[in-house]
Design a protein around this ligand. Structure first.
Ligand code: GEK
Length: 243
């Protein structure tokens, strides 16, 4: 997916407002996430592969916080099981308005429906695969446990949740090194010091990250018996959890 270049934080701002998934962000989102998240393409592709393996016939597959549908597209390309529907949910109207057209532009055997909905409020139907690719970090921390429990309860036995997140290292020295490496990654992808600093200020009250231990504890408390970290680059990581 290509998109216009993200230059939202390129000019000095008197006051940096909280980051929001509005029209300006939706317009440049593929460029923004690709230049900001190390391993994003690998994680999206692997979600497709895992969905191809774990989607069970006549169930749903969810993409929670689907943005412009990158994970839905990867899943649509890999799922062969009969009777599967992929449902992408996002509560940003700007993202949802554009998402269905993005998804429709790609071939695939499995239908995809995109809906504007808050994943905290949405009722989920029985499903065999759930992707949450960098969405949990935007959910109010006090509501994360109930959300994971809801996902666990709607998954069929043998079903899988893939959860990708930015995480905080418990060791502050290690955390500092990982944050520096991430900023270097952004510089190498053409973001200026000003862009990096203003984006950081915009997102700090909106994206509230957990440690790895907190993620494991939450997944295990919900009932997932197999939890595996399958990807990590700097502080960006992805887990699969099997019911
Ligand atoms: C990808 N998964 O490209 N309900 C629904 N959507 C929400 C909620 C909520 N309560 N809170 C936040 N979102 C995508 C990338 S982006 C990650 C996901 C990022 C949505 C929000 O509107 C945004 O589109 C998405 O979660 C997070 O694979 O920008 O770092």
């Amino acid at each position: 997916m290509s998109s216009p270049r993200d230059s939202i934080y390129a000019q000095p701002l008197n006051e940096v407002a909280n980051f929001a998934f509005d029209d300006r962000v939706a317009e440049v989102f593929p460029d923004m996430i690709g230049r900001s998240v190390p391993g994003y393409a690998t994680m999206v592709q692997t979600i497709g592969l895992l969905a191809g393996r774990y989607a069970q016939p006549n169930t749903r597959v969810y993409d929670l916080g689907c943005s412009l549908g990158a994970a839905s597209i990867a899943m649509k390309q890999h799922i062969q099981a009969e009777g599967v529907t992929i449902i992408g949910l996002d509560n940003s109207a700007a993202m949802v308005q554009r998402c269905q057209a993005h998804v429709n532009a790609w071939r695939g055997a499995t239908p995809v429906h995109i809906e504007c909905a808050d994943i905290l409020e949405a009722e989920l139907e029985p499903c065999s695969f759930v992707a949450m690719n960098f969405t949990m970090q935007f959910i109010e921390p006090g509501r994360r446990e109930a959300l994971v429990a809801k996902i666990y309860n709607t998954l069929t036995p043998g079903g899988m949740l893939v959860l990708s997140e930015k995480v905080r290292h418990e060791d502050s020295r290690a955390d500092d090194v990982l944050i520096d490496l991430h900023h270097e990654f952004k510089r190498q992808n053409g973001y200026s010091e000003l862009e990096i600093a203003q984006k950081r200020a915009a997102i700090e009250n909106v994206m509230l990250i957990d440690s790895e231990a907190e993620h494991y504890a939450r997944l295990q408390a919900a009932g997932f018996t197999t939890v595996q970290n399958w990807y990590r680059c700097f502080n960006f990581t992805s887990y699969f959890a099997i019911k």
